[in-house]
Design a protein around this ligand. Sequence first.
Ligand SMILES: NC(=O)c1ccc[n+]([C@@H]2O[C@H](COP(=O)([O-])OP(=O)(O)OC[C@H]3O[C@@H](n4cnc5c(N)ncnc54)[C@H](OP(=O)(O)O)[C@@H]3O)[C@@H](O)[C@H]2O)c1
Length: 335
Amino acid sequence: MSETISFPCYFVTKEGDGTFRGAVAERTTTDLPAGDVLVRVAYSSLNYKDALSASGNPGVTRKFPHVPGIDAVGTVEASSSDAWKPGQPVIVTGHDLGQNTWGGLAGFIRVPAAWLVRLPANLLARDAMSYGTAGLTAAQCVEALLARGVSASQGGEVVVTGASGGVGSIAVGILARLGFNVAAVTGKPAAAELLTKLGAKTILSRKDVDDASGKPLLAQRFIGAVDTVGGNVLTTLVKSMQRQGVVAACGLVGGIDIPLTVYPFILRGVDLVGIDSVECPQEQRERIWSNLGGAWSLPLLQEITTEITLGDVPTHLARLLKGEAVGRVVVKPVK
Ligand SMILES: NC(=O)c1ccc[n+]([C@@H]2O[C@H](COP(=O)([O-])OP(=O)(O)OC[C@H]3O[C@@H](n4cnc5c(N)ncnc54)[C@H](OP(=O)(O)O)[C@@H]3O)[C@@H](O)[C@H]2O)c1
């Protein structure tokens, strides 16, 4: 299909003692999996899932050695698909990229043609990765609230949890841009200033949405919620919604069990919506990427973005695993 090209990548190996080790390594395009389109990666980004993959979480990655990176933006280098031509700028997020298919923390990826989305003309490549899967997911959550009738004109609060993280910070920014009254939940008091700049009207601590009473219903507070945490925080939010409130659930950093009764659903008409960015339909992806470059773009995107190279990846993955990350990290795939 094309000449062999060598490139740097973040390479994770499974050691004899069962531990996982990541380091910058050199590989060639012949090492990449089969696929329709070879993409020269301009930028990748870091998401919580990359930290799970690089640390050997079997729910994310089972095949090692492995190159993580669920996000990539770049240009088509070679293609056996009529749909894509060399030189076209493209985004790839989700599907199996960076899970059991070598991912974006590399100079090149090779993927099925159906995984590609055109980089819209209104979005710079680096900005696409500032949003990355986190931005796509945040936007899906916002779309889910809007589609179910949650409206800024209601004036009530929309709450965002894990607000200083990737999905959370972008969700706060988009919702504020759309005129919502946003309450941001964070475990990092130092992030309050940034969240206020992003447009949050109220800053809440994690314990404010971590009810321990066990009551089936709590005081009605929020008209909408974007939850990246799961566990008892999600349980608390569902119990705290106003009538017809909508909760978009996308994350699990705080746990996977949600002990609930049916009362919030049958007495208050609460809607709990699951968000999946991995297999997000192509049409929705195109609409969201275009929105992120236009009406939903965040003026403070650069302020929540840190740019690193492959050698800095382990430090930032460790921060993600500890819940210490703030905003977004874009990765230039060079040593
Ligand atoms: N469904 C999907 O398609 C999809 C797509 C992308 C991400 N996700 C999921 O969404 C979640 C967030 O992803 P991300 O990339 O934004 O991660 P991230 O940047 O690490 O953000 C997560 C944030 O959650 C908060 N947090 C961390 N540990 C916590 C705990 N034990 N209890 C309560 N809050 C905690 C922290 O924010 P504060 O300090 O501000 O509280 C942290 O910054 C992850 O679970 C990820 O797997 C799902």
